[in-house]
Write a protein that binds this ligand. Sequence first.
Ligand code: ACO
Length: 427
Amino acid sequence: MAETVKITFDGQTVELPLLVGTEGEKAIDISRLRAQTGLITWDPGLANTGSCSSAITFMDGERGILRYRGIPIEELAEHSSFKETAFLLVHGVLPTRKDLNRFSVLLNDHSLVHEDMQIFYQNFPRASHPMGILSSMVNALRSFYPVLSTGEEEINITVTRLLSKVRTLAAMSYRISRGHKVVYPRPDLPYCANFLNMMFDSPVNPYVIDEDIVRALSVFWILHADHEQNCSTSAVRIVGSGRVNLYASISAGIAALWGPLHGGANQAVIEMLSMIKDQGVSIRRVLERAKDRDDPFRLMGFGHRVYRTYDPRAKIMKKMCDRVLRKFNLQDPLLNIAQELEAAALADDYFIDHNLYPNVDFYSGIVLRAIGIPTSMFTVMFAIGRLPGWIAQWKESMDDPDWRLCRPRQLYIGPKINAYVPIDERG
Ligand code: ACO
């Protein structure tokens, strides 16, 4: 017989079903709790709440495991390309050679964006953050490409269009912010190389594609491609639960990712390391500040809601960081500071006791700097990488018969009934 959990409240005992996932994780099904008891659950930050069942990504924060569709992240980082990983996440299986060729053709066919979109870019104030611009432009895609049928093939086209155009939009935002002419996508270049070319090619200084840099970018994006029900993915699912279109849902995900506690941490890490270097702050002082409850400063790139051990993505990122810097014989002073900071934090009782380890963002900024990406574009790079995951999660939620309009409850703690006081009688 299936296991249940008994709750006794107000002299009455109810049995709640226990759900078991593929990896043995257990969840109490409380979907009838309020109807049966009048109770709701209270879980700030939703840290103990399973919002859906999903077959996309498995992570085990205690053991430092991350798998997409069952395949360990280490194997994908070693053998796969970002394009192939995107296909895996969105379609659920590794593509055959024929599938991959067709996917490449579609990505190429949809890589241009409507010329009028360039006018939007010209009108954003120069100081606008690229994440705000990207979120707006992705939402605007709905107006430029309004035919959104719900058939399988049409959804596939919308998905491919988005995967391809986001890369073009991101590179355009960088070019226009620098006052440079937009570089169009090239049909002869694969996904990652095409992006780099759109970012950096110039009539006076043609961009030379280096396969190691392309590989580094591909791995960077593979590592970011999905991370189950994180803040931005939950935003995509929740916004999508109102049955809004895919573009608007992804635009919400980009906005959520922007925050420094989430995807914006990669930019915040570089700003923190630069501050340490430029102001000559000692590592000891940085750790003291991070540990001080009265100081809002936190060690950026450290800690994670789910990982209680070294983030498996951070391990791969750290190795890649060493490889890229060695290959190009680059000396990044921020790398030395990062290594010193990591060693000091990992030996510090506060960080040990709180299970705080480097997360994916700790070394990713140094890799991006080596590729030539400016700091203000770091979180945009994360967003391009996370896009296949957001899309896969959105698709899964649309096909899930249990996926309902998301509408949490609350514990009201405001005043009981209050009389309306006319304005002249208010004190
Ligand atoms: N530096 C110092 N102390 C920290 C840090 C940190 N980076 N992270 C957590 N702590 C401490 C908290 O102060 C708290 O201490 P207390 O229990 O003594 O009060 C304890 O650890 C738990 O912290 P919470 O904020 O409750 O943990 P939560 O799971 O909500 O936060 C988060 C996770 C937001 C990632 C946090 O670790 C953090 O702010 N890290 C820095 C920002 C960062 O790197 N974000 C990227 C995350 S990865 C990603 O989104 C791609």
